[in-house]
Unconditional design. Structure first.
Length: 132
């Protein structure tokens, strides 16, 4: 299936499953925007995938609603649309056994894995999307 003219935003797109998805979509003609917390990972993903197709990157912490909103607005300003959101950003805490679990570790997991998912969906779903 050709993605010509289609735009995908992949959170957690600089590594793992997100990166593999970005590679596949660019090879199929999609314009892809990858985001990830670590800017150096984003830059490396863009360098790796650029020869395969249209890709750009945004350093982004999905647990921060204002950053997510700014990223969505940027994508829409450049591309005018977001056809596909791949919520691949996720984290786990090193100390996941109950006696070792910290409040900070829990908050980070919930912030990225749950709140980040909601913040990104809220920005791209119809009825909230910031298009014309």
């Amino acid at each position: 299936m050709s993605g010509t003219g289609r735009v995908a935003w992949i959170t957690g797109g600089a590594t793992g499953i997100g990166l593999a998805t970005a590679e596949m979509l660019t090879e199929r003609g999609w314009s892809v925007v990858v985001s990830s917390r670590r800017g150096e990972n984003v830059e490396e993903a863009v360098r790796k995938i650029t020869p395969k197709g249209k890709i750009e990157g945004i350093a982004l912490d999905v647990s921060k609603a204002d950053e997510v909103e700014a990223a969505a607005k940027r994508i829409l300003a450049v591309h005018g649309r977001i056809d596909l959101l791949v919520n691949s950003a996720g984290i786990n805490t090193r100390h996941r056994n109950w006696p070792d679990l910290t409040r900070e570790g829990w908050d980070q997991v919930i912030g990225i894995n749950l709140n980040g998912l909601l913040y990104c969906m809220r920005e791209v779903l119809p009825g909230h999307c910031h298009t014309g």
